[in-house]
Design a protein around this ligand. Structure first.
Ligand code: ITT
Length: 196
């Protein structure tokens, strides 16, 4: 089975490939018709569907898209769907997490709660749409630690952990992550439909 992954985020793609063993993944470089659509929805689900529908249209293939982000309690859930460009249109993973740490500099350890959320959408050429989600609760560290993962991983400590998700092995992160949960939830139906 073959799926197009409609994402330009390398960290995400690495994890999605790992979580889809046995599936042949087609990337954006193989689909010249692909251009990233504006993510105009204000929910993860809305944006995941925008990307998966556009990907399916461009590639003609079953398409998986992921919309995800980090929601911080004291920021009323921000950055949320704005996580990728929190520090502006030319933001990097580093500038995003530095801005977030700065915004929380006077927030104590007991008020640093946050969670990652991920929605994966699969859209098929026949119009079928499947959507699944996952979350990973935890809190924000005071300084970046670890160099695995991507994005905000160096400043996020999953519940029950002392390490950041960037200090965990890929397998450890997958076992508890928002993306791991969403993928494990979508796989049975996705494979069933791909193999039909
Ligand atoms: P695509 O839309 O092309 O897939 P994107 O990076 O723009 O890539 P999103 O709009 O879904 O994707 O933004 C997700 C951001 O949330 C991502 O850039 C990270 O900063 C953050 N994020 C999501 N999952 C994460 C994870 O597992 N670890 C660390 N940061 C994560």
């Amino acid at each position: 089975p073959k799926v197009f992954i409609a994402s330009g985020n390398r960290g995400k793609i690495t994890e999605l490939r790992r979580l889809l063993p046995g599936v042949e993944v087609v990337g954006t470089h193989d689909v010249p018709e692909w251009t990233a659509p504006p993510e105009t929805a204000d929910t993860f689900e809305g944006n995941a569907l925008i990307k998966a529908r556009a990907g399916c249209r461009a590639s003609g293939l079953p398409t998986v898209a992921d919309d995800s982000g980090l929601s911080v309690d004291v920021l009323n859930g921000m950055p949320g769907v704005r996580s990728a460009r929190w520090a502006g249109s030319d933001a990097t993973d580093r500038s995003n997490l530095e801005l977030l740490l700065h915004q929380l500099f006077d927030v104590g350890v007991d008020r640093r709660g946050a969670h990652f959320a991920c929605v994966v959408a699969a859209v098929f050429p026949d119009g079928t749409e499947i959507v699944r989600s996952g979350t990973m609760p935890g809190h924000l560290a005071f300084e970046p630690e670890g160099d695995h993962g991507f994005g905000y991983d160096p400043i996020f400590v999953p519940q029950g952990e002392r390490r950041t998700s960037a200090q965990m092995s890929p397998e450890e992160k997958d076992a508890i992550s928002h993306r791991g949960q969403a993928l494990r939830a979508i796989i049975p139906e996705l494979l069933e439909k791909l193999e039909r």
